[in-house]
Design a protein around this ligand. Structure first.
Ligand code: RP5
Length: 187
């Protein structure tokens, strides 16, 4: 398996470590792996990266394709648990089998993010990701940017179960969000 991060514009885990030196979630090893089928998915998936960074969650972002690099996909998924990864976010467009292929090779929670495709506006990606036959689950989020953000927030919610500092941050995030709605004014 290639160890190089194929498409990771910045070393997310290390950046977070610096920003949150005392956080219990400080961890140079990624807890969340964000994988995507193509560099063309990055524009959308950078929203997952940014959300995880905001919460100080060590993560990695990389390009792995189920059909263009099938052996890399299998090796990555098979080794993820041993590397300390706790959740995989997998994004792909079109036939979008990346999340399912990753889930086939690991029992870690896999969250799928369907990319908005040119041909069918992401409906193809959504159905390909969400319609997993029983036995190998993929938790599927919304198409595109909302799905990327929510996949990160969902990961944070899972991680927060055993990490009180992270849970506190999540509560704060929701409170801030609610405050904005309550204080919203229309011109
Ligand atoms: C999928 O095919 C990728 O996840 C991407 O959303 C889509 C198109 O890929 P490119 O042709 O832009 O590389 O595998």
């Amino acid at each position: 398996m290639a160890t190089k991060k194929v498409s990771n514009p910045r070393p997310s885990g290390k950046a977070k470590e610096t920003r949150n030196p005392k956080s219990e979630i400080q961890n140079s090893k990624p807890l969340v792996a964000v994988v995507m089928g193509s560099t063309s998915d990055w524009e959308t998936m950078r929203n997952a990266d940014e959300t995880l960074t905001k919460f100080g969650v060590a993560h990695e972002c990389r390009v792995i394709s189920a059909h263009r690099s099938p052996e890399l996909a299998a090796a990555f998924a098979s080794n993820a648990e041993a590397r300390g990864v706790e959740i995989v976010i997998a994004a792909a467009g079109g036939a979008a089998h990346l999340a399912g292929v990753i889930a086939a090779h690991t029992t870690l929670p896999v969250l799928g993010v369907p990319m908005k495709s040119d041909a069918l506006n992401g409906l193809d990606s959504l159905l390909a990701t969400v319609q997993m036959p029983a036995g190998v689950p993929v938790g599927t989020l919304a198409i595109g940017k909302p799905g990327a953000i929510n996949a990160a927030l969902f990961s944070i919610a899972i991680l927060a179960n055993g990490r009180p500092v992270l849970r506190k941050k999540l509560h704060q995030f929701r409170e801030d969000q609610e405050k904005k709605i309550r204080e919203a004014t229309l011109e």
